[in-house]
Write a protein that binds this ligand. Structure first.
Ligand code: CO8
Length: 263
């Protein structure tokens, strides 16, 4: 948790539905461009949900027209390299990556630049048919700075990442699914419901195993196979110290539903 969590948020809306925490980016006039305030609020809300025992999964969304059209260009246009270095963005990203529970991006419309990087940093993406993914930074004279060159390349491969980053190629939703960036593509009318349903299902699963499995899969993108396998083995062994492992296996043997405690 941050030291001074804002009591009210200006640029996001939050709500809890069952065991799912929903965060909606809410700067529609700016196509949900990510200014510092929005990033701070987003990470604060995620940390609050992450610490809440009643929440098992989070969803980040925007609106039908835009998930997020990138960093707020108007906020950063006149900054110097030192100003950029001193912005707390790196801290926000690090805090985002420390969230233990799964995060699903529910994406419709524009998902560009820092918005695409945000979606890529989530654990899964449910997209509407109108979703458009891109790294258009080159068009404003810069390059991705929030993980785009790394996560996008690991996800879609070098050839496509180059074209998207160097020549502002956008991916339609179905293409994004084809290249492995997106889990599901559904109608605009249902993308948020679909993401919430997926999140609700995950939130019903064994909580500790969900968090550790998320950690292990994300590690696969940033480590050697050998190190990843070692981590997996350690986390796997650790789960045998949980009450949920005993309960899950007993429930299977006794042919009854398991009752998870998250312990
Ligand atoms: N920043 C600020 N305002 C924006 C942004 C943005 N990224 N995108 C759109 N807006 C604003 C527009 O200025 C406009 O405002 P106004 O009505 O006051 O003029 C409003 O949103 C609507 O936009 P448009 O009129 O342009 O809408 P269109 O439907 O014509 O076009 C587009 C939609 C194609 C999405 C277009 O708005 C666009 O190209 N936006 C910019 C996309 C972009 O270049 N994004 C990358 C930004 S740089 C970045 O993300 C770097 C990330 C680094 C992260 C580092 C972390 C450590």
């Amino acid at each position: 948790m941050s030291d001074n969590p804002p009591q009210t948020y200006q640029n996001i809306l939050i709500r809890q539905e069952g065991k799912v925490g929903l965060i909606q980016l809410n700067r529609p006039k700016a196509l949900n461009a990510l200014n510092s305030q929005t990033r701070a609020e987003l990470v604060d809300a995620l940390e609050t949900f992450d610490a809440d025992e009643d929440i098992g999964c989070m969803v980040i969304t925007g609106n039908e027209r835009a998930f997020a059209a990138g960093a707020d260009i108007k906020q950063i246009a006149d900054l110097s390299p030192v100003d950029i270095m001193n912005m707390p963005w790196v801290d926000y990203w690090n805090r985002f990556l420390s969230i233990r529970k799964p995060i699903i991006a529910a994406v419709s419309g524009w998902c560009l630049g820092g918005g695409c990087e945000l979606a890529l940093a989530c654990d899964m993406i449910v997209a509407s048919e109108s979703a458009r993914f891109g790294q258009p930074e080159i068009s404003v004279g810069i390059m991705p700075g929030g993980g785009g060159t790394q996560r996008l390349t690991r996800t879609v491969g070098k050839a496509l990442a180059m074209e998207m980053t160097l020549n502002n190629r956008h991916l339609k939703a179905e293409e994004a699914r084809h290249y492995g960036l997106v889990n599901r593509v559904v109608a605009v009318e249902t993308y948020l419901d679909e993401a919430m349903q997926l999140a609700a299902e995950i939130a019903e699963r064994a909580p500790v195993a969900v968090c550790l499995a998320k950690e292990a899969i994300n590690k696969a993108l940033e480590t050697s196979l050998n190190e990843g396998l070692h981590l997996e083995r350690r986390l796997f062994s650790m789960l045998f110290a949980t009450e949920d492992q005993k309960e899950g296996m007993a429930a299977f043997i006794e042919k009854r539903p398991a009752e998870w405690k998250g312990k």
